[in-house]
Write a protein that binds this ligand. Sequence first.
Ligand code: IPE
Ligand code: IPE
Ligand code: MG
Length: 243
Amino acid sequence: MSLFKKNTTMGDRGETVDDRLKHIAFIMDGNGRWARRRGMPREFGHSHGAATFKKIGRYCEKIGIRYMTVYAFSTENWKRPQKEVDEIMRIFYEYIEDCMIEMKTDNAHFRFIGNLSIFSPELRAKMEKADRETVDKPFTLNIAVNYGGREEIANACNRLIAEGKTQITEENINSHLYTTPCPDPDLIVRTGGEYRTSNFLLWQSAYSEFYFSKTLWPDYSAKDVDEAVAAFYERKRRYGGVV
Ligand code: IPE
Ligand code: IPE
Ligand code: MG
């Protein structure tokens, strides 16, 4: 392989993933530390993180991934200082406004997942509009906000009870998740060097492959995606069987 080729990304080379990697998910962690290392307030990291999210989304679509789910704000993140929460929400509202413009030309089907009942009816209407009007786009982007894996499972159970179920099957839960009808993630990447799920996709990750990167999210690049994808292709997925 020439030196030139070695320094390019999968995307530059026109390479795409195959059906083994349909769905990638990211726990976008490390924004606060990235900012603090620069002597800046944590909020500074969140705006850079938002830009990275857009860049990585476009790259994943370019390399042929069909579904991408990102963890933007957890049900536990409300514990943070009010100033930080307010700034994250401001960035999120700005993102939705951008979606309203970019959805016309973007290839993404925007979906907002989590307990959205805390948002104003106006904001929810915008999320629903973005979702509805992009439903035929080829790249599904799930943005998890006020999302918790436990809350999602409890919510699914409550919906089933409301439907009159007295016995619940795995299939029933599968069909009432916020991510439904997307397939389970094949690969979950966590940036920022922590080795935990922090309540992300608990049900869906039963047989996902995990990849942990030390890179702080605002620094995450196409090359880092390539590294995670390459590691994924080294794995043997057995699903409890024998391969
Ligand atoms: C992830 O980055 C973004 C959110 C949780 C909203 P953090 O803000 O958790 O950054 P660190 O982990 O403190 O560096
Ligand atoms: C997980 O990161 C949530 C998001 C990336 C949105 P956290 O920074 O909240 O997780 P912990 O607190 O380190 O487990
Ligand atoms: Mg964190």
